[in-house]
Design a protein around this ligand. Structure first.
Ligand SMILES: Nc1ncnc2c1ncn2[C@@H]1O[C@H](COP(=O)(O)OP(=O)(O)O)[C@@H](O)[C@H]1O
Ligand SMILES: N[C@@H](CCOP(=O)(O)O)C(=O)O
Length: 316
């Protein structure tokens, strides 16, 4: 094998109603790529890693702290355990995703790296074995294992974390025609910090409301009731405690709703916001509003996206 380039798409976790349980892969409708790329090729030395791309400057200076390096170490250890041998290789990480954005930036790097390593070694690990490693690496970064970014990034579509019957997740039927307006304001919110501020316990009332909303949302996906699905996208677990981490969130959310957004919420742990629109014209209107009201600096951006049903893939 000469060289291989693997693209891993951005993801939006939680969808308000499914904290740590739901995540969707997304791609811009203009055909651009929103995600990290890892290139792998043979090398004369055991291991090399180079970081390039718009957000490479934001990666940890210490190479050993780069999650791509940690993915290489974990993959090598697991391969050795089953009698395989790691090849001499060179990795190039194209870090296109802002870090601490709520768009599954670390998941993009983890998924692209592990899929590249697996393919480079003729696929010694199964899909679920690889996904378990992805969750383990994500857990090191965010403080606890959660699969709601790595699973959709890897497998595409809307994934429900079932963690049962030998499956970490299963694909849910979704609404492929929804437009997702994703606005990243350009500031960082650390996932581990945004997790650490959440309550340890919730009231019975919140638990009942959460169960009703998540159950009804999944039912709406299976029966393709879009209105029911969006009306169930309410967050009892994280948004009430995290919204203060986001600039002017509640006023901006209301502004999106006033324009006609079907649902508005925090993407992952933020600070990216998502707003769902039924058509492109409304998505563009919401995008213009968010550009004016939500972006904080020149690192910020807005993408109009749709669900990405492919997930990680080889590109040229
Ligand atoms: N390749 C990588 N991509 C993203 N983050 C990385 C990478 N390697 C190490 N990190 C570190 O992992 C943490 C990721 O932060 P986090 O808030 O979880 O980001 P995100 O939610 O965007 O994945 C940061 O401390 C970052 O420095
Ligand atoms: N369920 C997690 C998702 C974190 O997503 P990220 O894109 O912010 O890493 C959480 O809400 O903590």
């Amino acid at each position: 094998m000469t060289s291989l380039r693997i693209y891993a798409p951005a993801t939006s976790a939680n969808l308000s109603v499914g904290f740590d349980s739901l995540g969707v892969a997304i791609s811009p409708v203009d055909g651009s790529l929103l995600g990290d790329v890892v290139q792998i090729e043979s090398s004369s030395v055991p291991f090399e890693l180079e970081n390039v791309g718009a957000f490479a400057r934001k990666l940890p200076k210490d190479l050993h702290k780069n999650i791509v390096y940690q993915a290489y170490v974990l993959f090598s250890e697991r391969l050795k355990l089953r009698g395989g041998e790691i090849k001499h290789l060179r990795l190039t990480l194209e870090k296109n995703m802002p870090i601490g954005s709520g768009l599954g930036s670390s998941a993009c790097s983890i998924v692209a790296a592990l899929v590249a390593l697996n393919q480079f070694h003729d696929n010694p690990f199964t899909e679920m074995e690889l996904l378990a490693m992805m969750g383990e690496l994500e857990g090191r970064i965010s403080g606890s294992i959660h699969y709601d970014n790595v699973a959709p990034c890897y497998l595409g579509g809307l994934q429900m974390m079932t963690e049962s019957q030998g499956n970490i997740c299963q694909t849910l039927p979704f609404f492929d025609d929804w437009y997702w307006v994703l606005a990243y304001p350009g500031i960082k919110v650390s996932t581990s910090e945004a997790r650490s501020i959440l309550p340890k316990n919730y009231s019975r009332q919140d638990m009942i409301a959460q169960a009703r909303h998540l159950g009804s949302f999944v039912h709406a996906c299976h029966t393709q009731q879009a209105q029911l699905a969006v009306s169930m996208m309410k967050d009892f677990i994280a948004e009430p405690y995290r919204e203060n981490l986001l600039p002017n969130f509640s006023a901006v959310r209301q502004g999106c709703k006033d324009l006609g957004a079907m649902a508005v919420g925090i993407s992952g742990s933020g600070p990216t916001m998502f707003a769902i629109a039924p058509d492109l014209a409304l998505a563009q209107k919401i995008s213009a509003f968010l550009e004016k009201e939500y972006l904080q600096n020149s690192d910020g951006f807005i993408h109009i996206c749709k669900v990405d049903n492919q997930g990680v893939r080889k590109i040229n």
